[in-house]
Ligand binder design. Structure first.
Ligand code: BGC
Length: 368
C-alpha cells in the first residue's frame, strides 16, 4: 500500500508535470465542404506539437537537437488548401493522420464476424487501405481541450465505408516533458473490426533523406507480404535478413539489398511483430539521427508496428521543407497486424458491444 506522503508527492508531481504544458487553439482553414478546422498547439519545455481537427493529423513536432536547436521532425503542410501542399489536396500519403477504422490493408475489403460476411470500400488494387476512400483521416473530428492536450472524437455511423456498428472513437494527445502520448479508445453498438494508428512521417534531421538515421526495432519476427502488400500469414524470423533491426542499424544500410520482400515494397513497408512486453515502459523502437543526436523512442501497448520508409513519396506534394521525395520520412504505425480479420492466428481486431478498445503509444524525443 502506498503511504499517504507518497500519494501526495505523486499527485503533486503529476499536476506539476501537466501544468508545464500549455494548450492553445487557432483556426486552420476549412474542410472541402466549408467546415472550420482548428489547430491545437501543445507546448512544453522540450517540445511543441501541433494537431488539427481534420483527420486528427499531427502537423508539426518541434524537437531540440543535442545543442538545443529545434527542428520540425514530422513531414507536414502549413495549410488545408495549398495546391499540392495541403491536407485537402494530399489524399494519398496519410501525412500525420489518424487512420481508421482499419489501419493498413484488408484483403478484397472482405471479412467475416460471427459468420456474417462484410464488404467494405476497396480503395487500392481491389483491397482496402486505411479504412477505405473516406477514412478517418478525411473527417473533421470534434475537439476539446483536456489537461496537457486535446481530445478528438469521431462518431462513425453504422455502415460507414461498409463497416458494421456505430463506432465512437476518441484520440487523446497529451504532452508531458519530452513525451507525446496518444491514447485511443472506442466503443461500438455492433461487433466490428478496429485498428487505429497514427501515420506520421518522422525525419529526425528535419529535412533530407532518413536513410542514415539509425533504427532499432525490438522484433524477432515480421509479417511478409504478397505482391499486393497483403500479409501471407507467415511469421518468419528476422535473423539473417535485412529485417533484423534488433541491433541499431542505419535504415539505408540494406534497403537496396537483393531481397524479394524489399523489392515488392520498394523499401520497408512491413509489419514487425513486437517482442513482449507491450507496455509503456518498454522501448519498442529507438531511432537516432547521428547528425543532430535527436532520438525517438516509441513505447506502445500494440503487438505490431508498420515500419514504412516513405517508398511511395514521389515529389507530388510539397511539405514545409520542400518536395516530399522517396525516403524523406519513415512511419512507425503502432498497430495490430494488417489483414488480421482474415488471419485467425493473428491477435484479434474484433471489438464487441460492451467492450472498450484501449491502446496507447508514446513518442519520446531526446537528444544525445
Ligand atoms: C502503407 C503503405 C502505403 C502508405 C500510404 C502505409 O501505412 O503500409 O503501403 O503506401 O501507408 O501512405
Amino acid at each position: 500500500m502506498k503511504s499517504a506522503s507518497a500519494l501526495i508527492a505523486l499527485t503533486l508531481f503529476g499536476s506539476a508535470a501537466t501544468a508545464q504544458t500549455t494548450v492553445s487553439k487557432a483556426p486552420f482553414g476549412n474542410t472541402p465542404d466549408g467546415k472550420p478546422v482548428d489547430a491545437y498547439t501543445l507546448k512544453d519545455k522540450a517540445l511543441t506539437v501541433k494537431i488539427i481537427t481534420f483527420g486528427a493529423h499531427i502537423i508539426q513536432i518541434d524537437a531540440p537537437d543535442r545543442t538545443g536547436k529545434d527542428a520540425d521532425v514530422v513531414l507536414g503542410y502549413t495549410s488545408m488548401d495549398g495546391a499540392n501542399s495541403g491536407y485537402i489536396a494530399d489524399n494519398k500519403t496519410y501525412m500525420g493522420s489518424v487512420v481508421g477504422r482499419y489501419g493498413n490493408r484488408i484483403a478484397k475489403g472482405q471479412f467475416t464476424i460471427d459468420g456474417k460476411q462484410f464488404q467494405v470500400d476497396t480503395n487500392e488494387k481491389g483491397n482496402t487501405l486505411h479504412g477505405g476512400k473516406d477514412g478517418f483521416d478525411r473527417r473533421n473530428w470534434t475537439a476539446k481541450q483536456i489537461p496537457g492536450g486535446v481530445e478528438l472524437t469521431l462518431v462513425s455511423p453504422d455502415g460507414d465505408q461498409g463497416f458494421p456498428g456505430t463506432l465512437t472513437a476518441h484520440v487523446r494527445y497529451t504532452l508531458t516533458g519530452d513525451k507525446l502520448k496518444i491514447a485511443y479508445s472506442a466503443t461500438t453498438d455492433k461487433p466490428t473490426v478496429l485498428n487505429l494508428t497514427n501515420h506520421s512521417y518522422f525525419n529526425l534531421a528535419g529535412s533530407g533523406t532518413v536513410l542514415n538515421e539509425v533504427m532499432k526495432i525490438d522484433a524477432d519476427r515480421y509479417t511478409p507480404i504478397d505482391s499486393q502488400s497483403i500479409p501471407t500469414g507467415d511469421l518468419p524470423s528476422v535473423a539473417g535478413t535485412p529485417f533484423d533491426f534488433r541491433t541499431p542499424t542505419p535504415i539505408g544500410a540494406r534497403i537496396h539489398a537483393d531481397n524479394p520482400q524489399l523489392k515488392l515494397a520498394k523499401g520497408y513497408d512491413h509489419n514487425f511483430v513486437l517482442n513482449p512486453p507491450h507496455t509503456l515502459t518498454h522501448p519498442a523502437v529507438v531511432v537516432t539521427d547521428p547528425g543532430s543526436g535527436r532520438t525517438l523512442t516509441v513505447y506502445t501497448t500494440e503487438p505490431g508496428v508498420q515500419f514504412y520508409t516513405g517508398n511511395f513519396l514521389d515529389g507530388t506534394f510539397t511539405g514545409q521543407t520542400g518536395k516530399e521525395e522517396q525516403y524523406d520520412g519513415f512511419c512507425l504505425e503502432t498497430q495490430h497486424f494488417p489483414d488480421s480479420p482474415n488471419h485467425p492466428a493473428f491477435p484479434t481486431t474484433v471489438l464487441r458491444p460492451g467492450q472498450t478498445y484501449n491502446t496507447t503509444t508514446i513518442f519520446q524525443f531526446t537528444a544525445k
